[in-house]
Design a protein around this ligand. Structure first.
Ligand code: ZN
Length: 117
């Protein structure tokens, strides 16, 4: 089995365990393989930032593996934002940071927030 296929399977299983919601921000996610049907109707705008991605709790650049214990499902925005920082925050710390921003309405764009309302 190809490595990417396995990672997609882990990501899909994780997303399902998480109720289709992002590990960090809790927003509903979508994926091309059918997860989270909300918003997937043809012709309707879907925020790219809410695409479900495989998030490595210990980044691959730090030796993190593709295994089930190191991978959760996170939306594209949370995933990219975490790894864009100079120093990648540990998962729990980053999650707290994100949840604080979500509570004060300062995480996703207004368009994305409207989309999930
Ligand atoms: Zn997120």
């Amino acid at each position: 089995m190809r490595k990417t296929t396995r990672l997609v399977e882990i990501r899909t299983a994780r997303a399902s365990e998480q109720g289709g919601r992002c590990f960090y921000c809790g927003f509903p996610m979508w994926s091309a393989n059918g997860l989270g049907a909300r918003g997937l109707q043809k012709g309707k705008w879907i925020p790219a930032n809410l695409q479900c991605t495989a998030e490595h709790l210990l980044p691959r650049s730090d030796g993190g593996q593709d295994g089930r214990e190191n991978v959760v499902a996170a939306c594209r925005f949370c995933n990219q934002t975490r790894h864009r920082r100079g120093k990648v925050l540990p998962p729990n710390q980053y999650r707290e940071h994100v949840q604080g921003r979500v509570r004060s309405g300062k995480w996703h764009s207004a368009a994305v927030r409207r989309f999930v309302e």
